[in-house]
Design a binder for this molecule. Structure first.
Ligand code: SF4
Ligand code: ZN
Length: 301
């Protein structure tokens, strides 16, 4: 690998722009890109109280650090929110990491659980149901995160989705023929006062770079995968996308940029399709939200 332009030994090679960067210039580039994403997509304003969805994995821990750094320049309030799904042997470890990083940065940390919010742990649901665990987990987690963010008084919810996650989500929604979900993926869907606006400051940052940044910043992580991950459709899409990226560098950026070009049209198309669930009052796109439907199905066994 060539040296960084500053003459220092390169630590990272950005394959898509063919740039070798030393540690210092990589961190600088990373921070700048996060700030630029926040600015260009108008994610933050003075006085915002932001709930950070903190799973304890690399993405959300890096996001926590990035926003804590930003707080030094912009008057915002931060509170971290973790959803404990109840996955034995996995969630306890990431919860510890989440708590430790919050303590380091002096950020309040609040934990909500599937057991309390939905009546069952993810392990209990997975042992009883034949459906793929992740399809339950995703619905319950999104619901409880939104509710939790409101309960801690936040007006925005920051999630650690990186470029890879967003590219996967775009493809998954197309492959499943769910364009309305893609419309809701955009920030600030109108129609429900209970929907906390989601922001994704890492949405232009490749996953590998988040991992390198975490390492360079000394964020210690338990590199554990959820035991249910192999069942996820997302895993299949991730593999396919990584293979394509290897052959056609820049594909992930192109997918996400294509989404940015389409999102206004999508939002317009599905405008006003969001309301409040008739059973629990939380935001949804039908009469009864998926969370209520799933919880009802649990009681039937
Ligand atoms: Fe939930 Fe699936 Fe993620 Fe595990 S892999 S935390 S079950 S969504
Ligand atoms: Zn509901």
């Amino acid at each position: 690998m060539d040296d960084c332009l500053c003459g220092q030994k390169a630590a990272v090679f950005l394959y898509y722009s063919r740039k070798p960067l030393c540690e210092e210039h990589f961190i600088r580039m990373f921070d700048r890109r996060v700030r630029k994403t926040i600015r260009e997509r108008r994610m933050l304003k003075k006085g915002d109280r932001i709930a950070i969805g903190l799973s304890g994995g690399k993405d959300s821990c890096v996001l926590l650090h990035s926003l804590a750094q930003l707080k030094e320049d912009i008057p915002i309030e931060l509170v971290a929110v973790t959803i404990n799904e109840g996955i034995d042997g996995y969630r306890e470890k990431t919860l510890k990491t989440a708590h430790r990083e919050c303590e380091k940065l002096g950020i309040e940390h609040v934990v909500f659980s599937f057991k309390e919010g939905a009546g069952k742990t993810m392990d209990e649901i997975a042992s009883e149901k034949e459906r793929i665990p992740c399809s339950y987990c995703g619905v319950l987690r999104r619901y409880l995160l939104n509710k939790g963010a409101r309960e801690v008084g936040a007006n925005k919810l920051a999630v650690g989705h990186n470029l890879d996650d967003v590219a996967q989500t775009v493809l998954m929604n197309i492959m499943r023929k769910e364009p309305s979900r893609l419309a809701r993926f955009s920030e600030g869907m109108e129609g429900s006062a209970r929907f906390v606006q989601r922001i994704r400051p890492l949405m232009r940052t490749p996953e590998k770079e988040v991992a390198i940044y975490a390492m360079l910043k000394g964020i210690e992580l338990d590199n554990m995968d959820c035991p249910y991950a192999p069942f996820a459709f997302r895993g299949h899409v991730r593999k396919m996308l990584n293979e394509t990226e290897e052959k056609y560098s820049g594909t992930k950026f192109k997918i996400v940029n294509s989404f940015f070009e389409m999102e206004d049209g999508l939002r317009e198309m599905y405008k006003g399709k969001m309301s409040d669930c008739k059973s629990c009052g939380e935001p949804c796109s039908e009469d009864i939200c998926m969370f209520c439907k799933l919880v009802k199905s649990f009681s039937k066994g």
